[in-house]
Design a protein. Structure first.
Length: 453
């Protein structure tokens, strides 16, 4: 295996081997599952550790808040240190968190373990950056698509497998098994991943990356809008998946954790159905996909509210909700990195902070509302989060576009090749930056004039 430039990781070859892609996908799936195992287990955990229903949301929320800390503090380290070793160390650290959870005898120990596991599960973002760095440019997008699919599968299987294992051996067995699997895949990663041969950045770039979430939110209107939509989007998502186990484990259903976990399969159908969202965004349909998906999200809560009356309607609602969330999620990421693909890691990491904050808020508020007023009120809350996301999108479209549902150019260029900001408007500074990149080292720019029609 030959090295390229000193500032890059040595590529693995003309094409990334299927085995390596599978390994990276497994690393993502195993790591992200740590955050979602608890969702179908909240009833068992609460009974075992005497946690009140109103406090169960904090079990999921602290894992998400730990993930936020990891996004801000740990992910930027991937630009400073050896990524191969960092991946292995973070997986082992997450395993320590799940071990604490498995051995917890008090609520404090449980919450500490969940926070540790959530914090180091951000290794998912490091794996994706690593995959992008070692991929040939011609197959980078395909490789990342395969590897991030491991995240979706990990989230879904976490719920389904956790429910089945908990029914057979108790909820602690889920986290004991996760600890063992994490240590195993960490050893495999340290042994089989290609070497990291980069010359690492200085500390100033690390500090800059840590502050990206604030900088982008203040200076980038498109990022700010999409981040706010994501905050409410995943609050609605968290409201369903963190709250659904509570009414299903009570009368009239009394479902087991295995049966509750099976709803994850319905979620998988919805999420996989939205795979085409990225392709639709590439075709200039990002805003229409977002608006339609947010309407579907809002309507899904009409079905989800029937959880105490009809499991069939709930299953349909789960499919619709997961489809809508995944479609908006993929489309948002497509838009925010379109102008600066070279900074995708920093931008996506900052964006994911709002994903975690929304998920945590949805988990905490839904369990509290359910404890106080039942599933009907919790469903209204989930619908309110969906309506808030739709409102943010609508206000943004009214401010920046001639019509809500008008055709908009692809992010990056319109049908005439003119650079745009993903909202259908000419992005003047993007034009200048593109000219500088193309001609800066070979000539001078004497005059640039931009006018908006």
């Amino acid at each position: 295996m030959s090295e390229r430039h000193a500032l890059t990781i040595a590529p693995v070859g003309p094409k990334m081997p299927r085995g390596l892609r599978l390994l990276l996908a497994v690393l993502c799936g195993v790591s992200v599952a740590n955050i979602y195992y608890a969702q179908p287990l909240l009833g068992q955990i609460g009974s075992d550790l005497s946690l009140p229903p109103a406090g169960l949301g904090f079990v999921v929320a602290l894992a998400q808040l730990g993930y936020v800390v990891g996004l801000i503090v740990l992910v930027p380290l991937s630009d400073l240190v050896n990524r191969k070793r960092l991946i292995a160390l973070q997986i082992v650290a997450a395993a320590m968190g799940t071990m604490i959870v498995a051995l917890a005898t008090t609520s404090a120990q449980l919450l500490i373990g969940m926070t540790v596991a959530g914090t180091f599960s951000v290794v998912v973002q490091v794996v994706v950056a690593y995959a992008a760095a070692i991929s040939d440019p011609d197959e980078r997008g395909a490789n990342i698509g395969v590897i991030t699919s491991g995240v979706v599968v990990g989230i879904i299987l976490a719920r389904t497998v956790a429910g089945a294992v908990a029914d057979l051996a108790g909820w602690r067995a889920v986290y004991s098994g996760s600890t063992f699997i994490s240590v195993l895949v960490a050893a495999v990663a340290l042994t089989m991943l290609p070497k990291d041969t980069r010359s690492h950045s200085d500390r100033s770039s690390y500090v800059h990356a840590m502050g990206s979430v604030v900088t982008l939110a203040i200076t980038n209107r498109l990022f700010r809008t999409r981040a706010l939509i994501t905050l409410f989007l995943f609050a609605s998502f968290g409201a369903l998946w963190s709250g659904m186990a509570l009414p299903l484990s009570e009368e009239p259903w009394r479902l087991s954790t295995t049966q509750i976990g099976l709803f994850g399969i319905a979620g998988l159908v919805g999420a996989l159905g939205a795979i085409g969202a990225g392709r639709w965004a590439d075709q200039g349909k990002a805003q229409r996909v977002t608006g339609a998906s947010l309407v579907v999200l809002l309507l899904s809560w009409v079905l989800n509210a029937q959880a105490t009356h009809s499991l069939v309607l709930l299953a349909v609602g789960v499919v619709a909700l997961d489809f809508a969330v995944q479609a908006v999620h993929v489309t948002s990421q497509n838009l925010i990195v379109a102008d600066e693909p070279e900074s995708a890691g920093r931008i996506i990491g900052s964006y994911m902070v709002f994903y975690s904050l929304g998920s945590a808020a949805g988990a905490v508020t839904t369990t509290m509302v359910f404890d106080a007023a039942g599933w009907g009120a919790a469903s209204i809350l989930g619908g309110a989060y969906a309506f808030a996301a739709l409102t943010v999108w609508t206000i943004d479209r009214l401010r920046t576009g001639p019509a809500l549902w008008s055709w908009e150019p692809r992010p990056g260029c319109d049908d005439q090749g003119v650079h745009t900001d993903g909202q259908g408007r000419l992005d003047h500074w993007s034009v200048v930056r593109r000219v500088v990149r193309r001609n800066g080292s070979q000539g001078r720019i004497s005059h640039v004039t931009c006018s908006e029609q």
